[in-house]
Design a protein around this ligand. Structure first.
Ligand code: YNC
Ligand code: MG
Length: 418
């Protein structure tokens, strides 16, 4: 039983699938929303974390760096960079009030955090404004004291004050009630390092050298050759990319609806400074978070595909030789082949996705990433096997707050989730 989640407007265990999609609890006007912050134990105080202040961004970075999500074996811990947090937590229309922190009153140390950012979601045929909740974190020394429910209630109140009554969030833990569950897949790039830090193992009847050979990638993207039209995404591509994205995402039961401004932020901000210092067009910018590419037909100048991935390192907790696991994560992509009749049934979609994601792997490899990760969502299952992704042991559950809908097609199947 869930002492907290049992009180929240989420589908409860044993309810069975709903007949109609819709809210669980009605929205209320701002004056009917609770006006006072929820009470905290007396040694703590609420703060709005100011992420326009680099010092406060560093405080969130340091809290997460030492206390955020670890794998089950406690070998790796996400190390979101300050640049990543800047990008993720300040999209167009963000509210500073949704960056909720808890400090120790006596010394002002930041010991807990939760955040929301605005998102427009389509779930089946309904489109609604919501908040995307992430980076819930309580300092290790303050665990199991029921602080998490207070943080969740406070960020919920802050959302309500802005007229938002729905939310989306993901978690490794199972709570009431996932709308879908995805599995992580991993495409090894730097095998010797991944083996050394025990991210992966050399299987029986296999040698390290053979494993390296099996996973070896070409040095240049296939679509970068004449006629392929691969290049970095530019500001001038955004209208074409937006059109591709919007059409492509209709394939999925659930997807974010993004404006041009939001796409510009998601794909073209967070690229790091001074492109001039870049080591070749595939090279890594200084502190680059997002990597975005398009293919442009050299004759027609039409953008036919785009793909993006982001950089999210993890601290390697045991290793002294390697402090950091450099991981790239598949982000959004689209291809216009699906708009052609029969592309799916005769394998043209599969072939195209293998081409573009194959090039994403090459770019990530050349940029020095150790591993390329993807979840079993969108059309990812079309390329995972052929591109030599291995099955991970991590699962990610997706949740909606105050919105009822039947479960989405689960993992192993195509489905779109943010
Ligand atoms: C979790 N991840 O079940 P019950 S993901 C939601 N998401 O409640 P306590 C969680 N709920 O079961 P601790 C949760 N983890 O009794 C635990 N819970 O009803 C629930 N880890 O609270 C749990 N970050 O304070 C239980 O637990 C209650 O001290 C127990 O704190 C939990 O960001 C946590 O994994 C996660 O920092 C803060 O373990 C802590 O253990 C920690 O006694 C490492 O809490 C980092 C970590 C979570 C990453 C994420 C998404 C969060 C979504 C939160 C829900 C949002 C709802 C929508 C709000 C907006 C609505 C509008 C409009
Ligand atoms: Mg606690």
């Amino acid at each position: 039983t869930h002492k907290f989640w049992g009180t929240q407007p989420v589908p409860q265990p044993g309810e069975g699938p709903p007949i109609d999609d819709g809210y669980i609890e009605p929205s209320v006007p701002p004056e009917e929303v609770r006006q006072e912050p929820y009470p905290l134990p007396k040694e703590f105080e609420w703060v709005t974390v100011d992420l326009t202040n680099p010092q406060e961004t560093t405080e969130v970075y340091e809290l997460l760096c030492a206390n955020y999500v670890e794998d089950d074996q406690a070998s790796f811990r996400f190390q979101y960079t300050a640049e990543f947090l800047e990008w993720a937590l300040k999209p167009p229309g963000y509210h500073k009030e949704w960056h909720v922190g808890v400090r120790v009153s006596s010394n002002k140390k930041l010991v807990a955090f939760i955040s929301g950012v605005p998102v427009t979601l389509r779930v089946r045929e309904n489109v609604f404004h919501a908040s995307e909740i992430n980076y819930l974190c309580v300092h290790k020394k303050l665990r199991s004291k029921r602080l998490a429910p207070v943080l969740i209630k406070e960020v919920t109140r802050q959302c309500h004050l802005k007229g938002i009554f729905q939310a989306i969030y993901t978690a490794g833990v199972v709570i009431p009630t996932p709308i879908t569950t995805c599995r992580y897949y991993h495409r090894p790039l730097n095998i010797p390092k991944l083996v050394d830090v025990k991210f992966t193992y050399v299987q029986r009847n296999m040698t390290l050298a053979r494993m390296v050979r099996l996973h070896k990638l070409q040095p240049t993207p296939k679509l970068a050759a004449a006629g392929g039209g691969l290049r970095e995404m530019e500001d001038g591509d955004i209208v074409a990319v937006a059109e591709l994205y919007t059409r492509y995402m209709h394939r999925f039961t659930m997807a974010p609806v993004m404006t041009l401004e939001e796409m510009r932020h998601q794909f073209l901000s967070g690229r790091g400074e001074d492109p001039g210092t870049k080591d070749g067009w595939m090279g890594r910018r200084n502190k680059q978070v997002v990597w975005a590419y398009v293919t442009e037909n050299p004759q027609t100048k039409k953008i036919t595909d785009f793909f993006t991935f982001y950089s999210l390192p993890s601290t390697i907790m045991q290793s002294t030789r390697y402090p950091l696991l450099e991981a790239a994560y598949m982000f959004y992509y689209a291809t216009d082949v699906v708009f052609e009749d029969g592309a799916e049934t005769d394998g043209r979609l599969k072939k195209r996705l293998q081409e573009i994601v194959g090039d994403a792997l090459i770019i990530a490899d050349q940029a020095g990433f150790d591993v390329f990760n993807a979840l079993t969502l969108m059309d990812n299952c079309e390329f995972l096997q052929d591109l030599k992704f291995g099955t991970g042991d991590g699962l990610l559950n997706f949740y909606l707050y105050n919105w009822r809908t039947a479960p989405l097609a689960g993992f192993q199947e195509a489905d779109g989730v943010p």
